[in-house]
Design a binder for this molecule. Structure first.
Ligand SMILES: [Zn+2]
Length: 309
């Protein structure tokens, strides 16, 4: 299968419309050491006709339009996008679903908790039901493999997925009423996708509250992991926020217990950072932090990155 990174930045993108942090300001001024990035969006294509999106970013419409592979191939309406797999109900994960509302039948895979938040707390998303046949939601149980699309079962050659609980909280906007009804293991998941012996692990938000994710990251040929923040106090030190990285569900890259230290493996496969916040110094290709990440064997995702799994 072909993996395509349509967007590699965290929420807000890079540059962020209202942000004058050093990175955003330098990018606007034309500094060639920094590359613009849209909000995190990954897609896997099983073949030319069947693609699956990991989440639906707020930039999804433009990401589709700038990817010729996703052009409709016949009239009146068509898309190679067969489905969307959601890893959380965060705005950054689901807002793009509204861009897919043009009467297009699709499959959406999510935990039951995420589906309920999207459809019960945000009734606007019921607009997807206007498609004929309506968008088909699949309630996915965590820690169990499931087949994609119309495949009824999993065999050696088929594509299989698994949602791995990452142990964190529901989005702030969820009402207390609903929150109390939902199991927290369904709040934010990592995603395993595999075919034959090849496996990829996707976790754009890694709170690092348990070590379960490491088992999956170590056993995967490719990991796309949370590169949101370099430093735990990055939002505070750049003056754009009051919470630490860990408080908002992201293991920072640097420092004791940070991702670089926690995943300092002799791993053979590729390890790629994605969901990079605009304040993160690794975005500056001339920075010490960028070099440190590269020296530790990490790649840094960019919009347009592609590889085969
Ligand atoms: Zn910024």
């Amino acid at each position: 299968m072909r993996v395509r990174v349509l967007g590699s930045a965290a929420g807000g993108g890079f540059p962020q419309w209202n942000c004058a942090c050093p990175n955003c300001s330098r990018l606007r001024a034309g500094d060639l050491h920094l590359k613009a990035r849209t909000q995190a969006q990954v897609m896997v294509c099983l073949d030319a006709r069947e693609c699956y999106l990991f989440n639906a970013s707020p930039d999804l419409r433009n990401q589709i339009l700038s990817t010729p592979h996703l052009n409709p191939s016949h009239s009146p309406r068509h898309t190679p996008i067969a489905g969307i797999i959601l890893t959380s109900a965060d705005v950054d994960s689901v807002a793009g679903l509204l861009s897919l509302r043009e009467f297009q039948p699709l499959h959406i895979y999510a935990t039951q908790a995420v589906r309920r938040i999207v459809l019960e707390e945000n009734r606007m998303f019921r607009v997807l039901e206007r498609a004929n046949p309506p968008v088909c939601w699949h309630d996915v149980a965590v820690n169990d493999w499931f087949p994609l699309g119309t495949r009824a079962s999993i065999d050696e050659s088929s594509i299989r997925c698994q949602m791995v609980p990452l142990g964190t909280a529901f989005p702030d906007y969820v009402s207390n009423d609903l929150r109390h009804q939902l199991p927290s293991v369904e709040a934010v998941v990592g995603l395993l996708i595999a075919q034959g012996k090849k496996q990829m692990f996707y976790a754009p938000a890694l709170p690092g509250l348990s070590n379960e994710w490491k088992k999956w990251a170590l056993s995967s040929d490719v990991c796309l992991l949370d590169g949101t923040f370099w430093d735990n106090r990055e939002l505070i030190s750049t003056g754009v926020g009051s919470k630490t990285a860990r408080e908002i569900g992201h293991l920072p890259l640097s420092g004791a217990g940070g991702l670089l230290q926690e995943f300092d493996s002799q791993k053979q496969g590729r390890k790629i950072l994605i969901h990079i916040n605009n304040t993160n110094p690794i975005l500056d290709e001339d920075s010490r932090e960028h070099r440190e990440v590269r020296d530790a064997g990490w790649e840094i995702a960019y919009d347009g990155m592609e590889f085969d799994l």
